[in-house]
Design a protein around this ligand. Structure first.
Ligand code: 16G
Ligand code: ZN
Length: 534
């Protein structure tokens, strides 16, 4: 008898000459024909993951984030809305690379026995996709797999990546032992939760002026519209640009958070007056960056580092004002964080900083070490996580004055506003808007908290990026032997110089980052380090 999995898999065969690996953030392998078998096999793994965790809901998101429209990718979401547990990435890679159907079934069965999975446990998977053209066909591959594995699934259609993370967490916190569900497990529930927290936090505060948001011609556009409609123009006056979701070739093209961050300029479609607040999302709305043009027309970027410092300082003040003394706030960054931001956090804010390797899973994990961990990558992906103890303190603390009571209420609303499951551009956008309103700051006041060191990021094509091995949160190379010494001696020649080289997790290249006291020096340092690496 042929197994249903073999039969279904035959419709989604693996291209013979390809090897796949679960990357920094799921998998991103270009072109739909290549991904078809990968998505099918990820579907099988999602069902196993759910069974292993006693039928908890597992998420599958089909997106390639900020990448070109022809790309696509798929990632799994664990029960509390986190990224897939790292030890399972190898299982994904193993299934994706099985050369044929028989071997796929053999590997699938091996996983069942080695992981001691009870296959009579009902599996529950929820799925969504971004606006890419290849999305619907990949959903077919995914649902074919889930059907063949006998898993129950719910297709939520088109969502932002963080919305899917939110839904997974809601579904898995509805019942004991969870005392409080994360929210209603619907798209409307998401808008309700963050929208009403936003309104609460703005009570009695100056109404924020208009903000222009570039939605990268992606899924963020219709979702931000829905959110804005829920909140109302009175307190959320958002002007959306780059919302052409019905033209898939425009996705992330000359717009979006990655474009603005790497090009350090306005998306051409944004026509804004000096000192007006602007923000960009990426293609699946899990990254956010702010920017503005100065009175003299200079472009000013307010990136993930600036968001992290703003949020960390606000929460620290709020905790203090609420009269809570035993809640430790900390910040998590990567090697890409500007040196000035790190100095500002440690010296001015007096908060601890942890540096981790690139990739949300590393940052998120490190952030859970604090009572309140603020993490952002410079590229704009990040959020805040609270420990169980912090949640309990915030919920039960008794204020001793009206001022403390109001700070405490704000802290409680902040917990509802923040999407703790994952970096979420829509929730982060509301968060920044709230903080600027509380501080009565425009973008210029925010920008002036510290000045970024001039920096440069270059992409270097190398023969084999796998030979580059790093240590110390990717800040130093251990292999190829001798290269780090050369980088050290170059860095030593520049005032406030810092540089590192690391293999990209998502592209076939090495990235070199440098900073120094002067722009020309930062650029020269990047060039010289790139020469050493190539
Ligand atoms: C992925 C990561 C992002 C990281 C980037 C680095 C997630 C959700 N996304 O986009 O955090 O900054 O990869 O790419 O983990 P790179 O390894 O090519 O430099
Ligand atoms: Zn993204």
């Amino acid at each position: 008898m042929t197994s249903p999995i073999i039969e279904a898999s035959q419709k989604h065969p693996k291209p013979q000459d390809r090897t796949f690996a679960y990357g920094t953030a799921g998998r991103r392998w270009g072109y739909r024909s290549l991904l078809d078998s990968v998505v099918f096999r990820v579907g099988l793994l999602a069902a196993l993951r759910s069974q292993k965790l006693n039928g908890k809901a597992i998420g599958v998101m089909i997106t390639a984030s900020h990448n070109v429209p022809e790309d696509n990718g798929v990632k799994l979401v664990d029960p509390m809305g986190e990224m897939l547990e790292a030890s399972w990435e190898a299982h994904a890679t193993s299934l994706a690379n099985a050369p044929n159907e028989e071997e796929l079934v053999a590997r699938h069965e091996h996983l069942i026995s080695s992981l001691k999975i009870n296959t009579s446990t009902p599996a529950h998977v929820i799925l969504a996709k971004d606006t890419r053209e290849s999305g619907p066909a990949l959903v077919v591959a995914l649902t074919d797999a889930l059907t063949s594995a006998g898993a129950k699934y719910d297709d939520y259609g088109t969502l932002t990546t963080p919305q899917l993370h939110y839904l997974v967490r809601c579904l898995n916190t509805q019942h004991p032992p969870h005392s409080e569900p994360y929210g209603e497990p619907t798209e409307e529930g998401y808008y309700k939760k963050i929208g009403s927290a936003y309104a609460k936090l703005l009570q009695g505060k100056p109404r924020p002026g208009p903000i222009t948001v570039d939605c990268a011609n992606g899924v963020g556009a219709p979702k931000l519209k829905a959110l804005a409609e829920y909140i109302g123009k009175e307190i959320f006056d958002v002007r959306i640009v780059n919302d052409l979701v019905d033209q898939p070739s425009k996705l992330n093209y000359q717009c979006g958070a990655d474009f603005v961050k790497t090009q350090q300029r306005l998306p051409p479609a944004s026509q804004v007056s000096p000192l007006a607040r602007c923000a960009s999302l990426d293609g699946d709305a899990d990254r956010l960056i702010y920017y503005f043009t100065d009175s003299d027309g200079t472009f000013r970027l307010l990136d993930g580092d600036k968001i992290a410092t703003l949020v960390a300082s606000f929460i620290t003040d709020l905790v203090k004002s609420a009269g809570i003394s035993d809640l430790k706030v900390g910040v998590v960054q990567t090697a890409y964080a500007n040196g000035s931001s790190t100095a500002y956090i440690t010296k001015t804010l007096g908060l601890p900083v942890i540096c981790t390797p690139t990739g949300v899973k590393h940052l998120h994990h490190a952030a859970t070490k604090f009572d309140c961990g603020v993490y952002f990558e410079a590229n704009g992906h990040g959020t805040v996580v609270f420990s169980h103890a912090a949640h309990a303190t915030i919920a039960s603390h008794s204020p001793e004055s009206p001022a403390q009571a109001s700070a405490l209420e704000n802290l409680q609303a902040l917990r509802a506003l923040i999407n703790e499951a994952v970096g979420d551009a829509l929730s982060d956008l509301l968060l920044v808007e709230v903080i600027l309103a509380h501080k009565r700051w425009g973008p210029k006041e925010w920008d002036s908290t510290y000045t970024d060191l001039p920096n440069r990021l270059v992409r270097v094509e190398v023969k084999d990026r796998t030979v580059f091995k790093t240590t110390d949160a990717e800040r130093r190379l251990v292999e190829p032997v001798g290269v780090q010494e050369k980088i050290d001696s170059l860095v030593g020649k520049y005032k406030q110089g810092r540089a590192f080289a690391r293999a990209s997790g998502t592209e076939d290249a090495v990235r070199v980052y440098s900073e120094a006291a002067e722009r020309g020096e930062a650029e020269e340092l990047a060039r010289l380090v790139a020469d050493v690496v190539v």
